[in-house]
Design a protein around this ligand. Structure first.
Ligand code: PLP
Length: 378
């Protein structure tokens, strides 16, 4: 059976152009970038070229990019690294209730270690309130960490306004842009972003590669000790092949940005219109306008999303639920709870995230399969 993949927010297939670029670094170009002979220097050059590409994509300087192993590591390094290095200013940070666990669980760790965290509420579309943000700022606030776009409901936060508030108050601003990168144009200077996390596997690069941007002049401590790699901020021999892959994929995705963005928006809008046309008790979660181009998260009243996913799987469809399966019962996610979704809708949330190889015909197939499945389950 043909697999129809609608889960690009979970991960993306590695694109051919990226694989082609990576292969030499898994084979003949096996040198260590820290070695001074030619084979090593080739690798060093490849890493630095990739750093430039990542920096260019977000209008940063190459020496502000630190390669990591994933988005989660970038989030850990940003939060722990910045809080540890700036303790003399204070121990308070502000985040939101709808962050990815990479942020929320890092905040829990910081709380256990004597730091203080404020978790901002969101409205029913998933947006924070700028006045609540302003009111949460204290003299000892060091950091604001607010995700660029949510991984479940796709809502994009008012990042420019948040950046302005942070700057006006002398607070460092970090954003988890793992879902936004490649899907939104990001200029860290224009948006006043001091630190930004990204991950390769959401933009057609391999899994196990990420990057953290930290603006020059922002103090942060390393959290992984060892050698002097990554300007002495992240020890460990570089994952050269994947770094090369991340550089190529980010370069490609932004060089095709308009086309990619329009394609995803068209697929998403067609899908949403078909859902609204074919189903009665259904709602769209997240903001109608400020949302990721490829994200559509809808809730079917009274439907069990886990069962729906299994039915869809039997038709070759890969999608995702907004609920976490714990010991057989589907618990609504913290994001759906935070937007105040009613229980009967929260259990039936289906996240579809489109990607570059999806077609309108795929969406028609998807809609037909959802129709058959929902009929069977209701
Ligand atoms: N942050 C967000 C918003 C994400 O969606 C994800 C992954 O889904 C992560 C962080 C973690 O990234 P990684 O899987 O590269 O660790």
């Amino acid at each position: 059976m043909k697999i129809r993949y609608f889960d690009h927010a979970a991960t993306t297939p590695v694109r051919d152009e990226v694989i082609k670029e990576i292969i030499p670094y898994l084979g003949v170009e096996y040198g260590n970038p820290s070695s001074i002979y030619t084979l090593g220097r080739h690798n060093k050059k490849a890493v630095e070229e990739s750093r430039k590409k990542v920096a260019k994509a977000i209008n940063a300087n190459a020496n502000e990019i630190y390669f990591t192993s994933c988005g989660s590591e970038s989030d850990n390094l940003a939060l722990k690294g910045i809080m540890l290095a700036n303790k003399e200013k204070g121990k308070h940070l502000i985040t939101t209730k709808i962050e990815h666990p990479a942020i929320l669980n890092t905040c829990k760790w910081l709380e256990k270690n004597g730091y203080d965290v404020t978790y901002l509420n969101v409205d029913k579309t998933g947006k924070i309130s700028l006045s609540e943000l302003k009111n949460s700022i204290r003299l000892d606030t060091v950091l604001i960490s607010i995700m660029f776009a949510n991984n479940e409901i796709g809502t994009i936060q008012p990042i420019k306004e948040i950046g302005k508030i942070a700057k006006a108050n002398g607070i460092i601003f970090h954003t988890d842009a793992v879902q936004a990168i490649g899907n939104v144009k990001i200029d860290v200077q224009d948006l006043n972003i001091d630190a930004l996390s990204m991950s390769g596997h959401k933009i057609y690069a391999p899994k196990g590669i990420g990057a953290l941007y930290v603006k020059n002049g922002i103090k942060f401590e390393k959290i992984q000790h060892g050698g002097h790699q990554e300007n002495n901020k992240r020890a460990g021999t570089e994952n050269v092949a994947s770094i090369v892959g991340l550089g190529r994929s980010i370069e490609l995705i932004y060089s095709e940005f308009e086309e990619y963005n329009t394609k995803l928006i068209n697929l998403r809008e067609y899908y949403i219109s078909q859902i609204e046309k074919n189903f009665k008790n259904v709602i769209l979660n997240g903001d109608r306008i400020d949302r990721l181009p490829g994200n559509a998260n809808v809730s079917f009243k009274g439907i069990d999303a886990g069962e729906l996913l299994l039915k869809l799987d039997s038709y070759g469809i890969c999608a995702s639920a907004g609920s976490a399966c714990t010991s057989g019962s589907l618990e609504p996610s913290h994001v759906l709870l935070a937007i105040g979704l009613k229980e009967e809708y929260a259990q039936g949330s289906l996240r579809v995230s489109f990607g570059k190889d999806n077609t309108k015909e795929d969406v028609e197939y998807l809609i037909n399969c959802i129709k058959k499945s929902v009929m069977l389950l209701s």
